[in-house]
Every structure is written in C-alpha cells, then in structure tokens.
Ligand binder design. Sequence first.
Ligand code: LRH
Ligand code: MN
Ligand code: MN
Length: 391
Amino acid sequence: MPSTPAPSAVKAALKTQVIETPSWGYGNSGTRFKVFAQPGVPRDPYEKLADAARVHEFTGVAPRVSLHIPWDTVEDYGKLAEYAAERGLTLGAVNANTFQDEDYKLGSVTHPDPAVRRKAVAHLLACVDIMDATGSKDLKLWFADGTNYPGQDDVVARQDRLAESLAEVYQRLGDDQRLLLEYKFFEPAFYTTDVPDWGTSYAHCLKLGPKAQVVVDTGHHAPGTNIEFIVAFLLRERKLGAFDFNSRFYADDDLMVGAADPFQLFRIAHEVIKNGGLEPERNVNFMLDQCHNIEAKIPAVIRSVMNVQEATAKALLVDAEALRAAQRSGDVLAANGVLMDAYNTDVRPLLAEVREEMGLHPDPVAAYRASGWQERIVAERVGGTQAGWGA
Ligand code: LRH
Ligand code: MN
Ligand code: MN
C-alpha cells in the first residue's frame, strides 16, 4: 500500500530548512563583457544585509548571509554582526578570496613562490579572525589555482603545497568552526585545476580531519555529471558540508537555482532527504551562490529560495516505503514511478500553506513587490557598487 508521508511532517521539515543567501547576489554583477548596473543596489555590506533581511522577511527561511572577503570588508565585523542581528539575521560562511590579486597570477596557496603562498594563507587566517568576530561557523574556500599549459608547473608539488596550506588553516579553526573546500572543474585555469572535483576535495578533507568538509557547487561540474550521486556519496561519508546552489546551461553560469534543470534539483534533494541531509545534526549548509546580472536581484533571490523549497518539498513527498519495496522486489518501473509521482506533484499550494502557518504571505515575490522596498532603495541609494564578481 502506498504510504505517502503525512503533510504535517512534510510541512514541519520544510519549516526547519535554512537557506543561506550570498551577499554578492545583491550587488551589481555581470560577465567579462559587461556589468549592467541596476538602480538601488547596495553600496556597502550593511545595505546588502538590509536587502537580505527582506528576503528573510518574506520567505521566513533565509536568516543567514554569506560574506565574501574582501568584497565585504568593513572596519568592525562585530558591528556588522550586530546590524545583522537587529534585522533577524546571522552572518554565515566567510568566503575567502585569493583570486583577484596580481600576486596570484600563477596561483595562491599552490603558487611556486613561498612568499605568495604565505600571503594567501595569511588571508585565510584573517578570514578565521573575521569568523571569530562575526560568529560565523564556516570558512569557505574556493581556489582559482591551476595551470593553463602542460608543463607549466608540477601538479603533484602543487597538491603538496595545497595540503600544507590547508593544514595550517585547519589548525587555526575553533572547535565549532569548519573548513569547507569547494571544487570546480575549470575556469580560470584551463589545463589543470588544483581542486577540480569532489574526489580531490574529499581526499584533502579526509586528511585534514572531521572539521573539513566538501562544498558541492551545482554549477561546477562537466555536463552530464551525476551530481546527486556525489551528494549521496558525500552524505554517506559525513563529508558533505554545504551546497552552493545555482543553475547552469553551459558552464559556471550562476543562474537561479532550479531554473535550468528543476528535475536535477529534485534528484539532488531526494538524495539529501533520503540520506539525512536535512537533519540539523548533519549541519549541511544550503547556500545560494548566484549572480543576478539582468534580472531584479531581491525578487530573484526570493524566487531561488522558493525553488529550493519546492525541490525539497517534492523530495519530502517521496513515498520512502513504497520506494524501498519496489527496489527490494526489483520492480524498476515501480521504483522510478514513486520518484516521478513525487516530482510531478504541484507543491506550491503546500508551500503556500507552510508560509501562512508561519505568519507569512503565501506569495513572497508578490509580498515583496507590494512592500515598497524596491522603490525606497531606488530613491535612497545612489551610486550602488558592483559585486566583486565581474569587477
Ligand atoms: C567560484 C565560486 C566560488 C566563489 C564564488 C563567487 O566560481 O563558485 O564559490 O567564492 O564563485
Ligand atoms: Mn561557488
Ligand atoms: Mn562558481
């Protein structure tokens, strides 16, 4: 007999999910060809938080904001955390940036010159100081390091330098802080990348210890890669630290999550749910890593949060018992049918109910548009800054 999960349990689970939004998603961004500035965008990290607070106000599930250093440099990080707290927010992952400095042309933590490596590690350690001040728990590392030409550098020596640098940063972490290592298969390096895939990230994290975990950025894989398999594997190994959600048609497009392939997002969410990834003790950080180059930014972040919720809701609706029974009996079509039934459910009414039960408007984008915030920031903020990305 089918035993679809009780709506009350599905709703309760949806209310516990936290989606962290990126500070850089609120600023102007673009491609290497052009940045299209939008009126009213934040001029400093404080204004980014003010916008993030609107996303949380209308969705109820986005109370944390990732920072990117130096894009979000401020004098006093304690003050920034207080400003966030006054708006019902906390500061989330601190993203280190060792990819926009002249010195890093040949790499940062894997650079052949020890002086450059020192500079890069010093930046990572400074990011942990910032975490101490903001109360952030996650140090998120993505390295642009790699080579463009065969023979350019010794790939194994680069792995050694990477391991040594990571170990020094790992030592500096507090008991409740984590190092999250993100991988990406290419760009900006085009021949070798020092952390190109989950296996490389996993191997380094394994060696570092329990406070090191892998970040899966959904836009960082070759076309056709089965991302949900990676997610399932890492959850099984207790090494999935976080997601950077976005979607891609071609490469690292950073489009809104769920826009390009909502079915893939559902398959990922299914592995998350099935393997305990939503349980708070697993501490998987569901982050967005997106840039809204041509669309209105705040509503786009709201839509992205909703897209993650929709995929999660569908995954929660999977009839796990029926799925297991079909799998045990080798009924391939029935097993696949169980997943497709969940995927094909329109969960929007369920999520509208969840929001109403949380005291929110059932349609967060409409509520945002009616709030007058956009008109206010357009009038008040003159000379918005560019997100570091595309700068
Ligand atoms: C790299 C990346 C990484 C950076 C962000 C801005 O492509 O995904 O997470 O910090 O983009
Ligand atoms: Mn990312
Ligand atoms: Mn990326």
